[in-house]
Design a protein around this ligand. Structure first.
Ligand code: NAI
Length: 330
């Protein structure tokens, strides 16, 4: 099987090369460029393409891939909100993903972000490097005995609940389908979780229904001085409303690993005019805001699990032994 791998980063190549030694039937060509209607034509002659959550897999790209004879799309990630699933089905493209490669990787990162903004680590790192050892402005709060509100308690949210519990926090949560294995978590309505939490961490997928679930209305229902963490998807938060909330001093800290502009690759393109007008740049102007570039998943363990499952998905497709839980459909 010949796979064309888009948007290959150094860490992807290292991890896939290592794992591919176990799959002599598979050959992979790595491209630095990501998928778009033009680069999709390069897939001609390949059996499958490998994409990521940031790839353009809209209607036009799916059509081009299908025209070039692609029948298998291997997503090396869990999320798939960037794919036109209806078109993929219509054009007979099977989509396989890696549903739960390392929930702890993302949950640990979410807690890392929460601690960083709470204890101002992002500021103290810079200050000490500049020989400024003053503690002014660095006071945080204890998370111990405070309330963590987890929105979405699937694999990552459950891991986050366990971490918060381990830190001595009371853990409350909102999920449409409560996770019965979390007997220490008290499930409440969304509004109640907003109103009672000192730390709110988002761990639900982005759907049409919860697009902008964090907006002016929901922010108003939160406690003052709440810490908000989003490692899930940018579209869950209305960024303009968030900025208003930050300006109104609602938040003790805000930490975002994901944001609405991500698909425009504001950071990778780094064109001054894009950055100047971007809401990310506006967010970065607030001292109590920390933004990272969708790195929650990035641990050695997660990368090994991603490459292993992606290549096994490819072989399962060839052998007709696809695992249902890895199939993405409408
Ligand atoms: P999962 O499918 O195991 O859990 C999602 C949970 O959210 C489920 O329990 C579901 O019932 C719940 N849910 C769905 N809609 C909801 C709503 N409107 N309100 C409240 N709960 C809702 O997914 P998993 O593996 O825990 O991943 C969660 C999200 O984390 C992914 O969808 C993805 O967006 C994000 N993610 C971020 C990464 C990063 O590097 N920052 C890496 C991997 C995933």
């Amino acid at each position: 099987m010949k796979i064309l791998f888009y948007d290959a980063k150094k860490y992807d190549i290292e991890s896939f090369r290592k794992e591919a030694l176990k799959y002599p039937e598979i050959s992979i060509e790595y491209l630095e460029t990501d998928l778009n209607p033009t680069t999709a034509t390069l897939a001609k002659g390949y059996d499958a393409v490998c994409g990521f959550v940031s790839s353009d897999l809209g209607t036009e790209v799916i059509n081009v891939l299908a025209d070039e004879g692609i029948t298998l799309l291997l997503m090396r990630c869990a999320g798939f909100n960037n794919i036109d699933l209806k078109k993929a089905k219509e054009r007979n493209i099977t989509i396989l993903r890696v549903p739960g490669y390392s929930p702890e990787a993302v949950a640990e990162f979410a807690m890392g972000l929460a601690l960083a903004v709470n204890r101002h680590l992002h500021k103290s790192y810079i200050k000490v490097r500049e020989n400024n050892f003053s503690l002014a402005g660095l006071t945080g709060v204890n998370f111990y005995n405070k309330t963590a509100g987890i929105i979405g308690t699937g694999k990552i949210g459950a891991a986050m609940c366990r971490i918060c519990k381990g830190m001595g926090m009371k853990v409350i949560a909102y999920d449409k389908y409560p996770n019965k294995s979390l007997d220490f978590v008290e499930y409440k309505e969304f509004e109640q979780v907003l109103a009672e939490s000192d730390l709110i961490s988002l761990h639900c997928p982005l759907t049409e229904e919860n697009y902008h679930m964090i907006n002016s209305e929901s922010i108003n229902k939160m406690k003052d001085n709440v810490v908000l963490v989003n490692t899930s998807r940018g579209g869950l938060v209305n960024t303009q409303d968030l900025i208003q909330g930050i300006r109104a001093k609602k938040f003790f800290g805000v930490a975002l690993d994901v944001y609405e502009e991500e698909t425009n690759n504001v950071f990778e393109n780094r064109e001054d005019d894009i950055l100047e007008h971007s809401v990310v740049a506006r967010l970065l102007s607030f001292p109590n805001v920390l933004v990272t570039s969708h790195q929650g998943f990035l641990t050695e363990e997660a990368l090994a699990a991603i490459s292993g499952t992606t290549l096994q998905n490819a072989m399962d497709f060839v052998n007709g032994t696809i695992k249902e839980e890895n199939v993405v459909s409408e």
